[in-house]
Design a protein around this ligand. Structure first.
Ligand code: FE2
Ligand code: FE2
Length: 400
């Protein structure tokens, strides 16, 4: 899974308390409530569990209608399931190309010790958010693997093998946190976090996009740092080249799943939903990243250029399977995204004032209306008709 979630609400980001640099190892928990963290969290003692405030833009955990999933993958009911294709995909997953890839070395800790100041804080946040997003994929795929075992053992095994990959990714990121004397309490996260329910059709759209955008984010960072090694401040990025191939394979599997469910791709409703999910995922990433420019600048990237590159490439890839996509290469689309960033910054600024909650909410109303109007305008831009055919013109290339 990638580092984003579909947009639902744009709300001010609440301050995220961090462990001071130099404290001993602590276990980090993410609270599922909006309550302020306990006072003790500000000064954790050795080995003490610490709560980190969850924000509304934190990557989410998903659940779905597993009974409907079973019906969709029942070969007796759905004659369009191309089991030869799934068998071939299963063999690819079984090959396990990255079995020996995620091996750490002493460079990690040494590099982490050299990262200090605000960049250290932002690095920790990057690792936490990435770990949570990967772990979210692990939980969903693991459950799908379990629930589909009887109905369709081949598809079920692919889900289980994808959960293996995501567990590996999450584990590697969590090990990265240990370089900063932290660890996410994943057992606690599993139990304590709220799960967002999506019908299977929406799980397909959202997860496909999430995997493909994850692929483009990882490969773009990898290529950039290969060309500009002076910004290679932490070795995890060196692993992104093989890592992103896992995400690409996961996305291709969802593409095969959607092809086997043409009712999710071939009517006007599918086109509307496809555009909605594209917009949600792109806008969420853009707003999230524009709040964290220090991280991207810290590795030598221009945040907006990086994001636009990722959006354009993801959109081109997505056009191979979705029946409609957004015209993200139209300069007006970026102008709208930039206006959303400006409005979002104003919303965040309201949250940081000393006003009472009622006044803050009143001040937010016109801003949220302005944001909604920009979103709607972006959604209503003339879309690009697309679909499940081979597009030679959509070969990947670096556009910045
Ligand atoms: Fe993935
Ligand atoms: Fe992953």
């Amino acid at each position: 899974m990638a580092l984003v979630k579909p947009v639902s609400k744009f709300s001010p980001r609440i301050g995220n308390p961090r462990i001071p640099v130099g404290t001993r190892f602590s276990t980090v928990r993410m609270s599922s409530t909006a309550a302020p963290p306990p006072a003790a969290a500000k000064n954790p003692k050795k080995g003490q569990k610490q709560e980190i405030q969850e924000t509304l833009l934190t990557p989410r955990f998903y659940t779905t209608d597993f009974d409907e999933m079973e019906q969709l993958f029942n070969t007796e009911i759905n004659k369009k399931l191309n089991m030869d294709e799934f068998e071939a995909l299963l063999q690819e997953f079984k090959t396990d190309f990255n079995q020996t890839h995620f091996v750490r070395n002493k460079e990690f800790k040494e590099a982490a010790d050299k990262i200090d100041g605000p960049l250290r804080q932002i690095f920790v946040e990057f690792l936490e958010r990435s770990c949570t997003a990967e772990f979210s994929g692990f939980l969903l795929y693991k459950e799908l693997g379990r629930r589909l075992k009887k109905t369709n053992p081949i598809v079920a095994e692919i889900f289980s093998l994808m959960s293996r990959d995501e567990a590996r990714h999450a584990g590697f990121l969590n090990k990265g946190l240990s370089d900063f004397n932290l660890a996410l309490d994943l057992g606690f996260l599993t139990k304590a976090r709220k799960y967002t329910f999506f019908k299977p059709k929406f799980i397909f759209y959202a997860t496909y996009l999430s995997e493909k955008i994850g692929y483009w984010r990882y490969i773009t960072i990898y290529r950039h740092l290969k060309e500009n090694p002076e910004y290679q401040c932490y070795p995890i990025f060196k692993y992104f080249e093989n890592w992103c191939q896992d995400e690409n394979r996961h996305g291709d599997f969802f593409s095969a799943l959607m092809k086997a469910q043409p009712q999710f791709l071939n009517d006007w409703k599918a086109k509307l939903w496809a555009r909605f999910f594209c917009l949600s995922v792109y806008v969420t990433m853009y707003l999230n990243d524009c709040q964290r420019t220090a991280f991207y600048e810290g590795i030598g990237l221009d945040t907006k250029e990086f994001d636009m590159h990722v959006i354009i490439e993801t959109n081109r890839t997505t056009a191979r399977i979705f029946p409609a996509v957004l015209d993200v290469e139209n300069p007006e689309f970026k102008r709208k995204l930039d206006r959303m960033v400006e409005i979002n910054e104003k919303i965040l600024a309201v949250g940081q004032t000393d006003d009472i909650p009622l006044v803050k909410n009143l001040k937010r109303i016109p801003l949220i209306a302005a944001l909604a109007s920009e979103l709607l305008a972006a959604y209503l831009m003339k879309p690009i008709e697309s679909g499940s055919v081979d597009f030679a013109d959509f070969e990947p290339r670096l556009v910045y």
